[in-house]
Design a protein around this ligand. Structure first.
Ligand code: ADP
Ligand code: MG
Length: 244
């Protein structure tokens, strides 16, 4: 499989706080990567560097072979369109209803016609199980429903990869499952995904690879079976002993 994202000697410092240290990794097309690790280890910063929401202070990020650093804001935005992102907080536009939220970028950026954008948004709402919520406003939806709309909105740009930063961490427990189900379906449809998560059940059953991050570096990676049953590094063993 071709490399979709490649990071080379990626580093990120905030002042003298070196948060990411010389990371070299590849995400291949169709892969589902789950990034796990302790709080403060740099997981969000790493994810945000993948689409240069955070500007790396060292190294390179390549997307489909194109450098995302050292290019104009225009070029960056064009490449970024192909990378959907879903955050812990859903970030829906509160003054727009569900279908308007989903149609906005396709209309403005992709220049779809209103009919095309509506049709696509309806299909996406169907896919995330919210076909009947098109006209509702975000604040009238549950957290789980809002997060499913946020996923549909990201998918509306037909991204090549979806980046998730703890998409279920802000949800009440009873809503976690419905969001993970949508993500699992997406993974099974062949979407390339990088998911920062504390949901170990999801990581075990859906990930092709686990990347364990601590102290700003990927300390260990492997298939879920091996990683969860027989972690090699002491750091990973310690982390797993605390959470499993
Ligand atoms: P994680 O997602 O694993 O909890 P983060 O990537 O959020 O970790 O944070 C890693 C470190 O980077 C923390 O020490 C945090 O304080 C620091 N950090 C993250 N974002 C910023 C920022 N915008 N400015 C300064 N420091 C930051
Ligand atoms: Mg984080």
């Amino acid at each position: 499989m071709p490399n979709l994202i490649e990071v080379q000697n990626l580093g990120k410092s905030f002042g003298d706080n070196e948060v990411l240290k010389d990371i070299n990794e590849v995400v291949k097309k169709g892969q589902v990567i789950c990034v796990i690790g302790p709080s403060g280890s740099g997981k969000s910063t790493f994810l945000r560097c993948l689409n240069v929401l955070e500007e790396p202070t060292a190294g390179k990020v390549l997307f489909e072979g194109n450098s995302l650093t050292g290019i104009s804001e225009n070029e960056l935005n064009n490449l970024r369109e192909k990378m959907g992102m879903v955050f812990q907080s859903f970030n829906l536009f509160p003054n727009m209803n569900v279908i308007e939220n989903i149609k906005l970028a396709p209309l403005r950026v992709k220049k779809l016609s209103d009919d095309e954008a509506t049709k696509q948004a309806q299909d996406l709402l169907e896919r995330v199980g919210l076909a009947d919520k098109a006209e509702q406003y975000p604040q009238s939806l549950s957290g789980g429903q809002q997060q499913r709309v946020a996923i549909a909105r990201a998918l509306a740009m037909n991204p090549e990869v979806m980046l998730f930063d703890e998409p279920t961490s802000a949800l009440d427990p009873e809503m976690v499952g419905e969001v993970l189900k949508v993500m699992k379906d997406l993974a099974e449809s062949g979407m390339t995904m990088v998911v920062v998560t504390h949901e170990m059940g999801f990581a075990k059953s859906v990930a092709d690879e686990i990347w364990f991050m601590a102290d700003g570096a990927i300390q260990e990676k492997g298939n879920p079976e091996t990683f969860f049953n027989a972690p090699k590094t002491e750091r990973a063993q310690d982390f797993l002993s605390k959470i499993l």
